[in-house]
Design a protein around this ligand. Structure first.
Ligand SMILES: NC(=O)c1ccc[n+]([C@@H]2O[C@H](COP(=O)([O-])OP(=O)(O)OC[C@H]3O[C@@H](n4cnc5c(N)ncnc54)[C@H](OP(=O)(O)O)[C@@H]3O)[C@@H](O)[C@H]2O)c1
Length: 211
């Protein structure tokens, strides 16, 4: 199947490499097309560079918005039409970096980034907050772990979004575990109790209170 990845920086390129290793076909775009071209050349035949963000979404079964939180809404507005009917996967943490290198949350404490992003999407788009719960290096080094896959947590309100993102998580070499609905997305973020955790399925399910 085909996934569009918009944003080919630190986490977007890691997601692209791992999805391609699991057999997914990719359509890539980034602000500077040279960045998407470099990544596509590295991945090979599984990846094509789209003309722009709207073109990336054409024909894709899912769209990963691997963007800084502060540019998400602008890109969603740009591609809103084609997003209708699609799975939208967002790994973004609601953080910004000041001139001194200090990170701060761009949303009030306790406000769910998943709920905020859901409010920006057009009707008919299905959201899963996923693929942002580990730093890019840890994500790549933990994928395809053997004998037991490592878990990648996600948050979604919509059951169909959950099924679709679980397929992508498996393609990337992880076992998916739902942390909860979108209101639980802060658990996946930097500073959240599930962030940068590399655990197997049994421990993961006990952490989220599942069977
Ligand atoms: N890096 C990590 O380890 C990591 C891990 C988990 C979650 N996250 C989260 O994921 C998000 C992205 O982080 P990152 O480290 O990947 O950031 P990044 O390295 O700065 O990459 C951001 C990407 O967005 C692209 N971009 C910016 N504006 C765009 C636009 N209008 N249209 C299309 N593409 C656009 C940039 O394109 P150009 O390259 O052409 O400028 C770049 O490829 C953040 O919210 C971060 O908190 C990051």
């Amino acid at each position: 199947m085909t996934t569009a990845i918009i944003g080919t920086g630190g986490i977007g390129s890691a997601i692209a490499r791992q999805l391609a290793s699991g057999g997914e076909t990719l359509r890539l775009s980034s602000a500077d097309p040279a960045s998407a071209r470099t990544l596509a050349a590295q991945i090979g035949r599984a990846a094509v560079v789209a003309a722009d963000n709207r073109d990336a979404v054409q024909g894709a079964d899912a769209v990963v918005l691997a963007l800084r939180f502060t540019v998400l809404k602008g890109v969603i507005d740009q591609i809103a039409g084609p997003l209708t009917g699609n799975l939208v996967v967002v790994p973004s943490n609601p953080l910004t970096l000041d001139a001194h290198g200090n990170l701060s949350r761009v949303l009030p404490e306790g406000q769910s980034s998943g709920k905020v992003v859901a409010g920006w999407l057009p009707a008919g788009a299905r959201l899963a907050m996923a693929f942002g719960s580990m730093s890019a290096d840890l994500f790549e080094s933990s994928s395809h772990r053997s004998p037991e896959r490592a878990v990648l947590f996600y948050a979604a309100d919509d059951d169909r979004a959950g099924q679709e993102v679980e397929r992508l998580v498996r393609a990337a070499g992880f076992e998916p575990v739902k942390a909860g609905g979108l209101e639980q997305s802060s658990r996946l973020e930097v500073g959240g109790d599930l962030h940068d955790l590399v655990v197997g399925p049994a421990e993961a399910r006990s952490l989220v209170g599942g069977p």
